[in-house]
Design a protein around this ligand. Sequence first.
Ligand code: S3P
Length: 167
Amino acid sequence: MKSLIVLAGMMGCGKSTAGELLSKKIGYEFIDIDKELEKSENMSVTNIFNEYGEKYFRKIEKLKIFEYVNRKNIVMALGGGAFEDEETRKILKQHGVVIYLKATPECIFQRIKSEIHRPLLRKNFSVDSIAFILKKRVNNYEKAHYTVDTCGKTPDDVVDKIMRIIK
Ligand code: S3P
């Protein structure tokens, strides 16, 4: 089994939930890149966006990912936009196995409609706005090594599927 397992995909596709569960099952450390950024910046992701802008967020997000690529026995949940960066895709694919957790805009909407902390969706939160972002990103998400469908699946189902892929 690879010592770096990376979960990519849109916000609300279940990366953090599945990632944490998977890490416990295989005895790896779980690293949620958003959470790590919040710790090192001592600020929420929303506040980083508000105070310093998306460009700054993308820069520190990339640096944070690079900080972990050589660590052993890690399950890493990316933020939804992290896999847009070409160099990031390349290094993650070289060092680990990358799994795209796929979900439809409707399914994502249902999962995150009660959450308000996602800066990219704060102004216009709808199935259409999620579909708009997904359409721009899907080509890159599909560059992951594997895809796992998460719609209508429990976190346990998703993790079982991932475990069959990575074993
Ligand atoms: C983002 C997704 C968020 C977070 C930031 C930007 C995106 O992470 O990194 O708000 O660009 O899709 P999650 O995918 O964990 O929600």
